[in-house]
Write a protein that binds this ligand. Sequence first.
Ligand code: AMP
Length: 249
Amino acid sequence: MKASCAAEGYVGAGVSSRLAAVRMGLKRPLIFLGPPGAGKGTQAKLLSERYDVPHLSTGDMLREHVSTGTELGRKAKPIMDRGGLVPDDIVLGMVEERISRPDCAEGFVFDGFPRTMPQAQRLDEILAKRKFSKPVVVNFRVDDDVLIRRVAGRRVCSVGGEIYNIYERPPRDDSRCDNDGGALIQRSDDRAEVVRDRLAAFERQTRPLIDYYRSTGDLAEVDGSASVEVVSKKLLEILAEHGADGNRA
Ligand code: AMP
């Protein structure tokens, strides 16, 4: 497991760390929908640690390709820099390969995927083909003014990936991670001018997925403007209600 970010104050963090040795798994894959800054990444990381399943952030995977200079990364970079969405075939290929690895057998948490209708429809086919259960989809609702403040204040540890917010969850030292002392960086696409384009991409291409998953009966909603602890607690309730919690039959 990565450097711990079992965030202080995370509901049940003590229980979670005592259970960490027991592989709990998730009975249904999880999908988090919501605009940038809604808290999907923070919650996906916490749940993936609690259930000991992979946190699959397509944004992180793409940034990895960009930083290692792969062909895929070279194609994706200019699109990401202007806040647009990377073509579906690129993202789908990356995701299908990732979930075919053995560590995904006990479930996984998607963060930032799917983001378009073709991605959602193709994902249904991939999950069925690979005999995964139907996913539980959680929509994070947050007002735009909160989102912009959150994204502008976001800083990410360059070593362990811990996420801070200079307004809401500041590190002890302005420029260093509390866990491992890694340098804290601002993502280039978190600058205000790019955030507006990312929000526009969400409205245009991702919002229709909310109705899609509502129509299949798999959608739950959380108020993403609530605190990390409150949202975490609500998510655990949703998982239990939807039969996704591997620990509770
Ligand atoms: P994120 O870290 O989820 O905010 O993603 C950062 C950027 O990566 C996005 O603004 C897109 O350019 C790209 N990206 C991430 N996930 C997807 C996806 N599922 N489909 C298309 N582009 C994506």
